[in-house]
Design a protein around this ligand. Structure first.
Ligand code: FAD
Ligand code: DLZ
Ligand code: SF4
Length: 525
């Protein structure tokens, strides 16, 4: 008898019905295979909420496929004899179903892609690894853009140029071949500080159903030592709820998304951000649909251009660019450390207990929600790690653990390239380093901080103020070569010797203080 059964292996961040591995799936002959495996859940000690979200979303996705008539072989982590990793789980499934062939979409992370390539050798059947059709730019598209011959001009791999190409290609916010409104980018309008009177819209909450409750019990039982709060849990975990959340965002928050995109407010972790990254990255939402709904809101007069352009730029610009950089630069990218930063990650990253209110707020919210918005990640947490010279490997691991949207392909270039300048300027044209006055301008954190943002030196001074100059001074050799840093490096050069001494003394005192005490890993729950 000719074997014709195809086993379609779907990973936890591939929960899209339209994904390449399922495009030509047939309920009468094929089996869809999904597995919760210990090796993934513990590859780093993921936030409890992240594991609960993903397992519940996976179980619901499997259920929808069953409703369509598919046979789904789904391994729950709590089942007896559950295999420990993807490789052994897949090998057993091939045997169990007597499959003729395995089809999967390429894994999003190099670690798993390399493993998948090794399964090819180990399995007795063919394994087809298909391109991930959920991204708008293929690997080839990105490489071709990044290496395009610009008539002998040095190539600038800036997101902005890539983004313009993506706008032309998708036709989003384009009118007769020109950008809508005449400009490509309205970012200058998106840096307003938040007025006190601002009213933040209340979000829809999705109470855990039976599936989510079962997963939460599993997580509480098996991953108790992991970082983060499991409850309250209100993430959408079904494709239809994810769509409802997108619709809510477009109607209620998108209109203000642009104006206050860079603002931070105590007790308001989301403001007007979409909170869609977790849903897009695991596949529950299609990035194209997100952009199309946002554009429609603009065309209907329901959201302004600066908001809609900003949102679409994040998705077809930054998100795709970041993925392109990951695959272009891996595997060496993981060890980037252009500024030779070596200080260990302080323990307060796990507890949120620090006298620096901005960091305390951002980290506590991360612990509760497995979420912080972009400016908290970049200009508070990332900025601190940059100016305090924290080892990029430790920072990368922390970011990969704590956010529910974190997968290496997106976390790594954001941390290494955008936040830490550890790639020497491949992603960011200059370091995103800032003193306390930036945080004070964009937030209300400083008013209730034990440090004084106006003071430049001494025990009471905001640590961001002296660490900023200390960072410039410690990295003077490298940063002097960066033309965008010319003005500030000029100011450093003119700084009086005594003032520089003060900066160093304050920074040394801070580095020796209890704030920088390293966490005992064994107690990281
Ligand atoms: P919004 O502000 O509403 O933005 C809309 C969408 O644009 C997001 O949902 C996301 O899909 C996309 N987007 C925006 N900025 C980026 C970006 N820089 N890279 C990729 N996509 C982007 N994003 C992740 O998805 N996973 C990560 O692990 C991650 N780690 C980060 C680490 C650091 C140090 C920094 C500075 C940024 C990181 N980001 C990461 C990017 C960004 O902060 C998050 O995508 C965003 O905060 C998610 O919240 P949101 O959905 O409310 O985004
Ligand atoms: C993040 C994650 C976790 C925690 N657990 C699983 C799992 O048990 N099974 C699974 O298929 N996927 C999981 N994931 C997502 C994977 O880590 C992700 O699909 C790969 O890393 C992509 O390369
Ligand atoms: Fe953060 Fe400094 Fe403001 Fe305190 S004073 S909240 S440490 S920026």
């Amino acid at each position: 008898m000719v074997k014709d059964k195809v086993l379609r292996f779907v990973l936890g961040d591939q929960l899209s019905r339209w994904i390449s591995s399922l495009e030509d799936a047939r309920p009468d002959t094929d089996v869809i295979f999904m597995a919760e495996v210990m090796a993934e859940a513990t590859s780093v000690k993921h936030h409890k909420k992240k594991i609960a979200f993903l397992f519940s979303a996976m179980r619901h996705f499997a259920e929808n496929l069953r409703d369509e008539g598919f046979t789904v072989d789904y391994l729950c982590l709590d089942a007896q004899n559950s295999p420990g990793d993807f490789g052994s789980a897949l090998a057993e499934a091939v045997e169990r179903h007597d499959a003729a062939r395995v089809v999967m979409t390429e894994p999003s992370e190099m670690r798993v892609l390399e493993a998948a390539e090794s399964w090819r050798e180990e399995l007795d059947v063919d394994l087809d690894i298909l391109a991930d059709n959920r991204f708008l730019a293929s690997h080839e598209d990105f490489v071709s853009w990044a290496t395009k011959d610009d008539g002998g001009q040095p190539k600038s791999l800036r997101m902005e140029y890539f983004y313009r190409e993506m706008r032309r290609r998708t036709g989003y916010l384009m009118d007769d071949g020109e950008p809508t409104g005449g400009e490509w980018n309205y970012d200058a309008e998106n840096r307003k500080s938040l007025p006190d009177s601002i009213k933040v819209p209340k979000r829809p909450e999705f109470a855990p159903d039976e599936t989510t409750r079962a997963v939460m019990e599993l997580v509480a039982d098996r991953f108790d030592g992991h970082f983060g709060d499991l409850e309250p849990f209100d993430y959408p975990v079904k494709a239809k709820d994810a769509k409802a959340y997108l619709d809510w965002f477009v109607a209620e928050a998108l209109p203000c998304f642009g104006d206050w995109q860079d603002a931070m407010k105590q007790g308001e972790p989301l403001l007007f951000h979409s909170h869609l990254s977790t849903l897009i990255n695991c596949g529950l939402l299609d990035p194209r649909e997100c952009c199309e709904k946002a554009e429609q809101a603009y065309r209907d007069g329901d959201a302004p251009l600066n908001a809609v352009e900003g949102f679409i730029r994040q998705i077809i610009g930054w998100r795709e660019f970041i993925r392109g950089v990951y695959w272009l630069k891996m595997p060496d990218y993981a060890n980037s450390n252009a500024l030779e930063a070596t200080r260990p990650l302080p323990g307060f990253f796990w507890t949120g207990e620090t006298a620096m209110n901005c960091l305390g707020q951002a980290i506590s919210e991360t612990r509760s929600n497995a979420y912080a918005h972009h400016i908290q990640r970049l200009m508070v947490i990332g900025n601190f790690c940059l100016i305090a010279g924290i080892d990029p490997r430790e920072v990368q691991e922390w970011f990969l653990i704590v956010y529910s949207d974190a997968y290496e392909w997106v976390e790594m270039p954001n941390v290494v390239g955008m936040a830490l300048f550890a790639d020497g300027g491949f992603v960011a044209s200059k370091p995103y380093a800032a003193s306390g006055s930036y945080i004070n301008k964009m937030s209300d954190y400083c008013g209730s901080c034990r440090f004084d943002v106006k003071q430049k030196s001494g025990e009471k001074a905001c640590p961001f103020n002296y660490l900023y100059w200390n960072f410039l001074s410690e990295n003077e050799k490298v940063l002097k070569k960066n033309h965008r840093m010319g003005l500030i490096m000029g100011s450093l050069g003119k700084m009086k010797k005594e003032r520089l001494e003060e900066v160093r003394t304050d920074s040394e005192r801070f580095f020796d203080s209890s704030e920088m005490r390293v966490w005992d890993e064994s107690a990281s729950g």
